[in-house]
Design a protein around this ligand. Sequence first.
Ligand code: ADP
Ligand code: ADP
Length: 229
Amino acid sequence: APLLRLEDVSFGYPDGTQVLSDVSFEVPAGSRVALVGPSGAGKSTILALIEGFYPVSGGVLRWAGTDVREMPRAALRARLGYVEQEAPVLAGTVRDNLLLTRPDATDPELWAVLADVGLTDVVRRSPRGLDVLVGDEGVLLSGGERQRLAIARALLARPELLLLDEPTASLDARNEGLLRDTLAAASADRALLVVAHRLSTVLDSDQIVVLDQGRVVARGTHGELVDSS
Ligand code: ADP
Ligand code: ADP
């Protein structure tokens, strides 16, 4: 069974807003899947369902074949890393931010994960090293760098699946390129499900799922989607 599978998932918010209808796709272990589509299509909602934030209203969400309703939430969350849209980092040091996920992580592990997201040089430039401030007081990291720090933090927990919500929403072209490299490094030994506004960020995904008004309207590799349009 694939790592994650949505089977005819439908969902409405408690206030009655119907958001998803018969959404089906899967994320095989180690693969990269992108969710694209206009604002309001339901992309963030799908991530919230995968996180177990709400139960599905219809259909089934399976992890390695098991219906999530039969799994304890803690077991689910241990397999997941989630990087929010705004990728908030603490007004502390790089070390503080990284240790949030794994207080027991060693310095070599912290440096390794910073290398994965291309932040080694930035952090080395500071005489304070891992103890450089990143937050409101420090402002030593740019927006794109903070976002990559949030990804590094998620990677440190070694999730099987990393969920990224709109990682390029506020990035310029240079930072988007750096983020693409980060995603390639992050996907070396885990699955990635990336919500993207810009198709350019996710061209090299194994599968692109196009959503519109809560429905899957197209699905395939970038090449397949271009051929069929
Ligand atoms: P994006 O379109 O960039 O994903 P958001 O995820 O912030 O933006 O919001 C998407 C839409 O969902 C927006 O129209 C927003 O107003 C709406 N929305 C977000 N949270 C809520 C909520 N708690 N109740 C109702 N609507 C919400
Ligand atoms: P996307 O991420 O594709 O922009 P969302 O999943 O954020 O889309 O939103 C899909 C729809 O769900 C929108 O119509 C939005 O207004 C609505 N929505 C989002 N969050 C909530 C919420 N917490 N309560 C009610 N409606 C919501």
